[in-house]
Ligand binder design. Structure first.
Ligand code: UT7
Length: 320
């Protein structure tokens, strides 16, 4: 059994902040942010929360799938920025969408979270443990960044994306996942619930800290590697892939990965100009945009690839 995506949905906050808005907060410029990252604006929560965006994305994905919510038997929620720890965000979504027969849990693998959650759902389906899964990536990165640190706050945005997948006899799904904890220091954010945290102090460690160049080099090396790993395992050539849906961290990373693979850049859709880096939400948001624009045709082969803190990287080769 293989899970085939049969519905997608997404939700981003109403409020946008463009690069000029950022330049009023920190010492940066529209030119620097565009050239180094490809980001032009990002959507930032006001009233919204990680869960409220996830609920809307999930409702849209369920509606798009045409499958009643009661038929969902698994909800996986990838996030590292949920405002709620207990109950888990997946249970909040379950209640809101009426997926009364589903079991749900959260999964944190930072920006790789959606792909790891998607692969986990596929494993449940392959093992016969579930038939219909709702997989969500949702983040409020604006709660995680230090708004005085120009090296990180300009990069991220908030949003949610979701897919419904359903078991089918025939289909394609090949997965790969890796972590390298030895390189964990390159991208960190310590919990504000940790013992001894002094709330009266300006504690930089409880905001995202990143060695941007280290993460950049890692991504440019590992993304092509994992794509080649999937192609080799499936025994197909690069030219057979119709779309490469990469985590939207930086336009230059996507371009460099395409170049290394010697692949046609037009097969690498990008939307970080509009949303910035939405971490675990970036891949399902992009997938939903493409689906709603009618750019995905049944039978097309797609590779999704995520990377980020851990350091971790993962990919899935699927057929639409
Ligand atoms: O999703 C999780 C995974 N994360 C990523 O994939 C992020 C990977 N890394 C990157 O995307 C890039 O490394 C960044 C966009 C974060 C940074 O780009 P960079 O080309 O690596 O710049 P840099 O860190 O080498 O900084 C270059 C210069 C520095 O100034 P000096 O030392 O050359 O004078 C920085 O202080 O740019 C400066 N700088 C800025 N200037 C204006 C750093 N941030 C900013 C800013 N505006 N926002």
């Amino acid at each position: 059994m293989v899970g085939r995506i049969c519905g997608t949905g997404s939700c981003v906050p109403q409020r946008t902040m463009d690069n000029n808005d950022m330049a009023r907060i920190v010492d940066t410029s529209d030119e620097w942010i565009r050239e180094r990252t490809g980001v032009v604006r990002r959507h930032i929560i006001e009233e919204e929360t990680t869960v409220s965006m996830a609920v809307q994305a999930a409702e849209r994905a369920i509606e798009n799938s045409g499958i009643p919510a009661e038929e969902i038997d698994l909800i996986l929620f990838a996030t590292s920025s949920s405002e709620v720890i207990m109950p888990c965000a997946a249970c909040e979504v379950q209640r809101a969408v009426g997926a009364v027969n589903a079991a749900g849990f959260d999964l944190n693998a930072a920006c790789t979270g959606f792909v790891f959650a998607f692969n986990t759902a596929q494993a449940y389906i392959a093992a016969g443990m579930c038939r219909t899964a709702l997989v969500i990536g949702a983040e409020s990165m604006s709660n995680m960044v230090d708004w005085t640190d120009r090296s990180t706050c300009v990069l991220f945005g908030d949003g949610a994306g979701a897919v419904v997948i359903r078991a089918e006899e025939n289909g394609l799904c090949r997965t790969a996942a890796h972590s390298d904890g030895k390189k964990g220091k390159a991208l960190t954010c310590l919990s504000r619930h940790r013992k001894g945290w002094d709330k009266t102090q300006d504690d930089k460690e409880s905001y995202i800290q990143m060695d941007g160049q280290d993460v950049f080099k890692f991504a440019v090396r590992k993304v092509p590697e994992i794509i080649e790993e999937l192609l080799e395992a499936e025994g197909i050539g690069l030219e057979e892939i119709d779309h490469f849906i990469l985590h939207q961290a930086n336009r230059r990373i996507v371009e460099a990965a395409a170049k290394r693979l010697k692949a046609d850049i037009s097969k690498f859709p990008m939307d970080m100009d509009e949303y910035g880096n939405t971490s675990a939400a970036s891949i399902p948001i992009l997938l939903d945009e493409m689906n709603r624009k009618g750019l995905l045709q049944r039978g097309q082969k797609i590779i999704m690839a995520g990377f980020g803190a851990g350091l971790s990287w993962g990919a899935s080769l699927i057929e639409w």
